[in-house]
Write a protein that binds this ligand. Structure first.
Ligand code: C5P
Length: 246
């Protein structure tokens, strides 16, 4: 939580996607990873970062009550700061817009996908520290392992950008609240919030991301996330078994 009384860091959690690529019957944010819904894990990470004053979740309209219930049941730290659930929209940008409207007091926004359920709290703190240091737009990014090509609608390669200059962008994406509100006044088809801020003409700073902040999109990602949670639970069990009682 922030020490500066005039600063209000509000985390907006888009969780209103249908998760078509994941192919589960429930909306993606409500799919469990290691027994806890992705949304609850994402919220726990934001609270554990210690840098957020309030969380606003944007859920599918028919899942608002379910979201409130699952947070009570699965996110132990909920209650230590205000967590609200509002209705998301048809597109991700509509969901973020709804979240911003619910937080007029925000001086800074962290926009963090529920689908990045395993994001380390330290990454959330690093993005926020850059905002505190005076940057207006900060996103985490990691080097890309594959060669990326642009391809025409017909399937022909139209370009091969130098891989060294590319980053795969993650969340949380951090913004000065006034900048994000102004950038969102324009309606453009973008897949992340920084895209709107870039189109608005502002500089977006990329800081090192974390592989654990990967987005759970398809079944392979879900298997990986479940395996990582199981491995870390087994490590914790082994560590506590090694503690010698006094
Ligand atoms: O579709 P994609 O994987 O890019 O979604 C990223 C995040 O945005 C997910 O957490 C999803 O729930 C959220 N989303 C949303 N509203 C939409 C579409 C996606 O909140 N209409």
């Amino acid at each position: 939580m922030t020490l500066d009384a005039s600063r209000r860091v509000v985390a907006l959690v888009p969780a209103a996607g249908r998760g078509v690529r994941l192919g589960e019957s429930t909306p993606k944010a409500f799919v469990p990873v290691g027994g806890s819904p992705m949304l609850a894990r994402a919220v726990d990470g934001l609270i554990a970062s210690g840098v957020v004053d309030r969380i606003v979740i944007m859920a599918p309209i028919e899942m608002i009550d379910a979201a409130r219930q699952l947070l009570t049941a699965h996110a132990p730290a909920v209650g230590s700061l205000p967590v609200d659930v509002v209705a998301g929209g048809a597109e991700r940008t509509d969901s973020v817009r709804a979240g911003m409207a619910a937080a007029p007091e925000a001086t800074h926004f962290l926009v963090h996908d529920a689908a990045r359920a395993l994001t380390p709290p330290a990454l959330i703190a690093r993005v926020t520290a850059e905002l505190t240091a005076g940057r207006h737009a900060v996103v985490p990014g990691i080097a890309v392992a594959d060669t990326i090509k642009s391809v025409s609608a017909a399937g022909d390669v139209t370009g091969t950008p130098d891989r060294a200059g590319l980053r795969a962008i993650q969340t949380p994406q951090g913004f000065d609240a006034e900048l994000l509100r102004a950038a969102y006044a324009v309606d453009l088809p973008v897949t992340d919030d920084a895209g709107l801020v870039e189109a608005f003409g502002a500089t977006v700073r990329v800081i090192p991301g974390d592989p654990l902040a990967f987005k759970i999109t398809d079944q392979l990602d879900l298997r990986l996330a479940n395996a990582l949670v199981a491995e870390s639970a087994a490590d914790e069990k082994a560590a506590s078994a090694q503690v010698v009682p006094r």
